[in-house]
Design a protein around this ligand. Structure first.
Ligand code: PMP
Length: 396
């Protein structure tokens, strides 16, 4: 049978990372390839108690449909958390609960992008966002970045000369994949440009609370005077990704209304029981204390990784020094291809993610991403030392 698919399916292929993760699942592999929270830190007892309480006290509510915008008490807690952590002051009417922030990314594309419209992204950017946006067949324009974030002069040039720019997607805090954080000055300049050109911004912030050191920096949304910034939040990295609780925050009622329409068509609502369990957990537990516990573990893992990289990596290989989040990013000499080196590492039972697919327009294979949240320190030292050996063997 000759099955004819929609044109968009020509643009979508299984993520390289998912294929690689399948190979790294073997217990003997030291994997820096994923981007997951450390499972041993999940508050399983607290969630169990919350789940029991929900079923004992409001089982019928938990198993019933609920409104598309999400459970009101949970949105209240999210509003309070955004005020405390992101200096964003909104009301529950500005929040739509989504199934992880990944759903917010998918919806953003559906709300703003016609085929051929331009979406601006940092170069590199989050692969999951690139793949979600691709379903709407946009043209990607990569905005150059340096260690301080998106380069405003480059952004200005692109905005001044490019037609049909419909949205800009950014991750200013501990970016996936680079671990980089935008400076205050870059944030201010970015917002000046956004206000000048009036383009919607998708600010994706799953890692902002995972700051190990350095100064708190204001979110773009907290600087937004024209209701142009749409903030995506999530419980995935500070609590538990399995519950799939994320949210879209927009202070433009028309914009949030469009997201709500899309959500109605996609899944009517996010799981009621998962929202109620999250809400109950937040009522009975101190999430701040939990985040501190996670950070205390992750910072040691980051330190072990960076120290071993400093000691063992050849000087030709550069890497970022993240102040938080889950990733560091390595830049190889241009003649090296991280896709070619990955199987050599896998032979030694170590895995990373080649960086090429984080550039939507391709052509940049001399990068790779390392995740430090999921391996104990001794394994980090062992794995990084092995990668260093392979890198040295590939130097010209
Ligand atoms: N945005 C970024 C930058 C991410 O790294 C991730 C998860 N890896 C997500 C969004 C999606 O997270 P979730 O759907 O679990 O909230």
């Amino acid at each position: 049978m000759a099955v004819k698919f929609a044109n968009r399916m020509n643009l979508l292929k299984g993520s390289e990372i998912r294929a690689l993760l399948a190979l790294t699942a073997k217990p003997e592999v030291i994997s820096f390839a994923g981007g997951m929270p450390a499972p041993e830190l999940f508050p399983t007892e607290g969630v169990k108690e919350a789940a029991c309480k929900v079923m004992d006290n409001m089982g019928r509510v938990a198993l019933q449909y609920t409104g598309t915008d999400g459970f009101a008490s949970l949105r209240e807690k999210i509003v309070a958390r955004m005020a405390a952590k992101n200096d964003i002051h909104v009301s529950i009417d500005d929040i739509l609960i989504t199934s992880g922030s990944q759903q917010g990314l998918d919806f953003s594309a559906r709300v703003f992008l016609n085929p051929g419209d331009v979406v601006l992204v940092e170069s590199p950017s989050y692969l999951g966002a690139i793949n979600a946006f691709k379903a709407c067949e946009p043209t990607f324009v990569e905005v150059p970045t340096d260690d301080a974030g998106m380069i405003p002069e480059e952004l200005d040039k692109i905005l001044a000369t490019t037609e049909n720019v419909k949205m800009i997607y950014v991750i200013p805090d501990f970016q996936n994949p680079t671990g980089k954080t935008w400076t205050l000055e870059r944030r201010q300049k970015f917002m000046e440009l956004i206000n000048k050109y009036e383009i919607p911004v998708i600010e994706d912030n799953p890692y902002g609370e995972l700051r190990f050191e350095g100064e708190f920096l204001p979110s773009l949304k907290s600087m937004d005077t024209k209701d142009l910034v749409i903030f995506l939040g999530t419980m995935s990295k500070i609590f538990a990704p399995g519950l799939r609780i994320g949210w879209v925050c927009s202070t433009n009622a028309e914009v949030l209304g469009k997201y709500n329409f899309i959500k109605q068509g996609a899944d009517l609502q996010s799981s009621t029981i998962d929202q109620l369990i999250t809400n109950q957990f937040l009522e009975d537990n101190d999430l701040d204390a939990h985040v501190e516990k996670i950070k205390a573990v992750y910072v040691k893992r980051r330190d072990a990784m960076l120290k071993t990289m400093e000691e063992t990596f050849p000087k030709e290989v550069k890497f970022t020094h993240p102040e938080g989040g889950l990733f560091t990013w390595c830049v190889l000499p241009e003649y090296m291809d991280a896709k070619v080196i990955a199987p050599q590492c896998l032979e030694k039972n170590v895995a990373y993610v080649p960086g090429g697919s984080f550039f939507p327009n391709g052509g940049k294979e001399n990068h790779f991403r390392l995740n430090y949240s999921c391996m104990p320190e001794d394994k980090i030292v062992e794995g990084i030392t092995k990668i260093a050996e392979v890198l040295k063997a590939n130097l010209k």
